[in-house]
Design a protein around this ligand. Structure first.
Ligand code: SAH
Length: 460
């Protein structure tokens, strides 16, 4: 970030605009949205600016211009429309110690004006450090569409009622109260223009000391964090992260994803590293249930998709046993990310019409899955938690007739900065240690007779 975004308090502070024409008028309109004390510095003023002076909204100084003209200012805009004159005024303003914006000359700017979405007192500023003004305009148009024109009024009302809410709504319920205001009925009512009804509903709830439908109970969401890259998170997952009171997360959840959570959400690491059992599953179940029973919104954040090799059933059962509302938020699973990294599809018309998700790690004492049985022609096998099982996978598939030269793709840390893709022939799989976390993809294509030998025990 070369520029630091900041909202400046402007009430009563001196702002100087150097210039008396349309460019200066444009800046004056912007500055006069605030309560700044505006001085127009120019030999003559156009009618719009002259009117501002006549009505007492700005002062006029005709000159002469010296560094002192810019002393004690919060901001200076140089906007004469003449590049040479602008440069000279910029030098004087700098000599006067001012923070300066020169219109259309980014290299002379200490401060630049962002694209603004104005729902005062809700103000959204978008900047691209001059790299992509068109993008800034597109973003602004999108946000303009998303925010009701009267949203600012609701925020202003909330501001006026903050004290009353603090007095009557007990602290633990207060966040729910405001969530109800901004996500529930009041906002919907306000947005469709029934502002008085919305205000009345909020005041009734303040008198009652709680939001009408704010359930006192907590909830649990099993949320898919995706394979790693934060922008592979779903919008629904993001919403849950931003509403959570507490987040229990796994070892493979990328820190960039956690960054997106509400700042004051509690974060609890419950990772299980292979072989170590610091966090047995039943303890995790107990913890998330206990938190939700305290009335908290619990996010159980799991890598990839929570319903694939994520022990989701145990957590769902624990939640249901206690009558807690529980929701699954799907995520992008590692196999999908691995296919994307390889730049190929998991299925291919006429060649692979079946995808099998399987695992190389089983509960202690259980037999390994019968991968060979899964590998009939026309199959892509995506193997999770399989780094350590690579030699066993190789031996099993070779023994059952898959060609030794079958290409196997190993994708480690798909979608993360340290991602790597390695292709080996089946014969060589597991000769070198496969780095984790990895997805192993094996394809047994239908038409590629050269890749497969008959699989005797499976041939029909
Ligand atoms: N629920 C997860 C899987 C959890 S099991 C999902 O849907 O993706 C953990 C295994 O997932 C790891 O051992 C590894 O095989 C795989 N995995 C998770 N993230 C991965 C990534 N970014 N790249 C490759 N494999 C990954």
């Amino acid at each position: 970030m070369k520029s630091f975004p900041m909202f400046l308090r402007m009430a009563g502070r001196r702002v100087v605009i150097a210039g008396g024409g349309e460019q200066a008028a444009q800046k004056a309109r912007l500055v006069l949205k605030t309560e700044a004390d505006l001085t127009l510095l120019a030999p003559t003023l156009d009618p719009e600016l002259a009117e501002l002076v006549a009505t007492g909204r700005a002062r006029h100084v005709a000159g002469p211009v010296t560094p002192g003209s810019f002393a004690d200012t919060a901001l200076v805009f140089v906007a004469t429309g003449c590049p040479g004159l602008d440069a000279a005024l910029h030098a004087l303003a700098k000599a006067g110690g001012a923070t300066v914006n020169v219109v259309d000359q980014p290299e002379l700017c200490d401060a630049t004006t962002p694209s603004i979405v104005d729902r005062d007192p809700v103000v959204i500023a978008i900047g691209t450090e001059g790299t992509a003004p068109v993008l800034a305009r597109q973003l602004r148009a999108r946000i303009e569409q998303d925010l009701a024109p009267n949203l600012g009024g609701l925020a202003a009302l909330a501001g006026r009622l903050r004290g009353a809410v603090a007095r009557t709504v007990p602290k633990p319920a207060r966040r729910d109260f405001w969530r109800w205001v901004f996500q529930g009925e009041p906002r919907a009512t306000w947005t469709r223009g029934a502002e008085r009804d919305a205000a009345r509903a909020i005041k009734t709830a303040i008198a009652a000391g709680r939001a009408p439908d704010a359930a006192s109970g907590g909830s649990i969401a099993l949320v898919g964090a995706g394979p790693g890259a934060a922008d592979l998170l779903t919008l629904r997952a993001l919403r849950h992260l931003q509403e959570a009171d507490v987040i229990f997360y796994d070892r493979l959840v990328d820190p960039a994803v956690l960054e997106l959570a509400r700042r004051d959400a509690e974060r609890v690491y419950v990772g299980k590293s292979v072989g170590a059992c610091a966090w047995p599953q039943d303890r995790i179940c107990d913890l998330i249930v206990a938190s939700a029973l305290q009335g908290r919104r619990v996010v159980r954040l799991k890598s990839g998709d929570p319903v694939l090799f994520g022990r989701a059933e145990e957590e769902l059962a624990a939640a249901r046993k206690h009558g807690l509302p529980v929701e699954i938020v799907p995520g992008i699973t590692a196999a999908s990310a691995a296919a994307a990294s390889l730049g190929r599809s998991l299925t291919e018309r006429g060649r692979t019409d079946r995808v099998v998700f399987s695992t190389g790690a089983c509960r202690e004492g259980d037999a390994l899955p019968d991968w060979a049985d899964m590998m009939r022609p026309g199959t892509t096998l995506a193997l999770y938690m399989a780094a350590g099982a690579a030699p066993a996978l190789r031996d099993s598939l070779l023994e059952h007739g898959l060609a030794p030269e079958t290409v196997v793709d190993v994708v480690t840390s798909a979608s993360r900065a340290e991602e790597s893709c390695v292709s080996v022939v089946l014969d060589r799989l597991g000769v070198e240690q496969v780095p984790a976390p990895a997805i192993i993809l094996v394809r047994n294509e239908k038409s590629s007779a050269s890749q497969t030998r008959p699989m005797p025990q499976l041939a029909s």
